[in-house]
Design a protein around this ligand. Sequence first.
Ligand code: GRF
Length: 202
Amino acid sequence: MTTNIAVLVSGRGSNLQSIIDNIENGYIKDAKISVVISDVGDAYALERARNHGITDVFIDPSDYSGKQEYEKELMEVLKDNDVGLVLLAGYMRLVGKDLIAAYRNSIINIHPALLPSFKGLHAQQQAFEYGVKVSGCTVHFVDEGMDTGPIIIQKCVPVLDTDTADDLAARILEQEHKIFPEAVKLFVEGKLKVEGRIVVHT
Ligand code: GRF
């Protein structure tokens, strides 16, 4: 059975691209990106979707009285597309409780640091300024907290003495583009079991 995926984005969409590419090249089987939804009208990610014949939707949060109303519309789009997996790929909003409840353990986020360190915005910069010697990225299920959900995959990268924050971010991004598709593949194949906050790969 095909898993219909919705990808939520706000910006350049390189992680969206990695999912598109890995579906097109057959690494991820039995899955389809049914819709790409952005909260930013001119997000480059929307163009990437259109370039691949994927339905793109812009939902303007300022058209709604609050988060709950905005997400109600978002959930309508998910329902219309019979979505079974929601990916947050550079989506710059905290997901509300109704959406989380509707898609418990079926919303996956990619974060550019080794959680639980450096949650929130500009994680690569935070890690760089802290002076860590290794950093990396984390793919995790989304729960009610910010970057707190059960961890699916993590990947480390070194921080070199010669690095700028941008160098580190680029090294991390390269790994993001590997572990995000890997996690999606595991999910689609039914190989992820969540036990409390531990994700077991079956
Ligand atoms: C990535 O670094 C991702 O980890 C973070 O936001 C950035 C999005 O980049 N959540 P892109 O839009 O996928 O290129």
